[in-house]
Write a protein that binds this ligand. Sequence first.
Ligand SMILES: Cc1cc2nc3c(=O)[nH]c(=O)nc-3n(C[C@H](O)[C@H](O)[C@H](O)COP(=O)(O)OP(=O)(O)OC[C@H]3O[C@@H](n4cnc5c(N)ncnc54)[C@H](O)[C@@H]3O)c2cc1C
Length: 594
Amino acid sequence: MAVFETPVLIVGGGGCGLSASIFLSNLGVEHLLVERREGTSHLPKAHYLNQRTMEIFRQHGVADAIYEVGCPIEKFGKVRWLTSLGGDGPLDAKLIHAMDAFGGGSLRERYEADSPVMASNYPQLRLEPLLKREAETRAPGAIRFHHEVESWQETPDGITVTVRDRSADEQHTIHARYLIAADGGRTFAPALGTVMAGPTDMVDMVSTHFSADLSQYWDDETLITWFLNPEGQDSWGAGAMVQMGPTWGRESEEWVIHFAFRPDDPERFNEEQIVPRLRSLLRLPDLDLKVHKISHWILDRIVAQQWRYGRIFLAGDAAHRQPPTTGLGLNTGIQDAHNLAWKLAEVVAGRASDAFLDSYESERKPVSTHGADWALLAFMNHTVIDAGIGLTPGAPVEVNTQAFHALFSDTLVGAALRARAEACLNTQTWEFQAHDVEIGFSYADGALSADGSDAPPRDPSGRIYQPTTRPGHRLPHSWIERDGQRRSTHDLTGHGQWALITGPSGEAWIKAAGQVGQQLGIDIVAVTIGDRGDGDHSASDYIDADGAWTAVRGIADAGAVLVRPDNFVAYRAADAVADPQTALTEALSAILAR
Ligand SMILES: Cc1cc2nc3c(=O)[nH]c(=O)nc-3n(C[C@H](O)[C@H](O)[C@H](O)COP(=O)(O)OP(=O)(O)OC[C@H]3O[C@@H](n4cnc5c(N)ncnc54)[C@H](O)[C@@H]3O)c2cc1C
């Protein structure tokens, strides 16, 4: 039996665990990752990588690898509702509605202004191998697939874990200081007795991954199409179909179609019926297709009531599971890993105390609870769409056929029905334009020093993001310049580096940051960002070329914003203070629980 020592053990080689490994490597934290499967997942699963996730991947040097192979925004910035793909009946192949989504089309300018990067789309069955390669490159020998955690025990200074190497059929012991349970909720949470609060077993989502040539019927911008037809199924029951690449747009070779079943419906396991049903739904009776895999996914909306158990931290699906709507599942898991990784780095390096790690739960649990609620809201709202177009699930086909004829009729009633449908369908911006849900979340309680200001009101529709430098919020992105080179404010931090941003009169803060950084052993880069508009700020480290930073910075020329390595604001002083060194020392000591 081999015995290994490591500061951090990650259990689970899915999207969350592999991301945690990449982040820890970049932060210089030695670790091991064990995954019981031999390889990465063969199921298509999640695919949408929102802007916040791509900002994180950019910070960690993974974004370019994803953009190179992922779907460009031009080819996934739209969703549609159709009656069918093919067919020549009067109600076939009719467009009910199309909507710009994920930052594409008319949304693009606003999304581009708020972040240095756009969202991407890359199915999990291809993303996981990419992340595995990136993790292995950064930590050779530390990513151990086909290794299963069998048991564990806490010790006074860490946790002792028994792992089976399934290839060699040998047991190993790993002593770790901390453990990230990114195990999808399969091992640790059940054994720890974690209460997963919220509704479970809502729907059995049956996902069919197949190859087919649909280039004649698809377009070049749509990621997801819902099929609504008079057969009386509601929108989830009728089917939602997603392009899967690897070629993007209408030439996509692979697709996934999701059918929702009640968890007690015996038909959900009738897999022979899936292909005929798919052909019939699409009105393509002779479609030549090859099924790769049919998988079942039970939809829950559950959040762990406790995220930390001594040395163990739940992350990703282990801590929260929600409907796929708004695509927050995997994204939230990657963001959990990002939040936890830099905090573990501070503690392992001795710059923060163990108590500092409590901020992981106090920050991430409320955010993921809101995300889970939002996903459920968007999921349930599909019933509003059905009602809005006049579809009555379960009603006789003739009744719904009549409703569809009325909807498309060239009459005043038809126009009224189409206006109603549009109004109802537009409420689904909750799912497809959830820009503020994706990047506007904040931490009320955690590793931050509140400044007594109120949070800006949030858009109840989840769309419009309000940038703010208030502590606990994501640092607003602005383009700044130095020596003719453009950088994002986000580029000031990362890889364990904090940033202190001040204005043209902030020399005292710059000096204080240098002293405090040295005194506490923290890597703080201190910069001034000057406004090109009013006078000579050539002494500033960066120029706010388009005035965007000045508009959102929320401080005077002599104020300061202290930003954490994960690009969240830790502390803010609206203006000069009498003793910036003491102010910073006190803020950082409190934040790091020293
Ligand atoms: C069939 C299916 C379809 C989905 N479709 C969508 C979708 O369309 N959209 C969407 O947003 N989300 C979807 N999801 C959810 C999304 O895939 C998850 O949110 C995401 O995979 C979570 O990543 P994770 O790394 O936290 O957990 P997981 O991907 O579950 O990874 C956990 C890993 O831990 C490993 N593990 C568990 N116990 C042990 C142990 N004792 N020792 C070692 N390893 C262990 C497991 O083998 C697993 O590989 C789907 C999920 C499923 C199952």
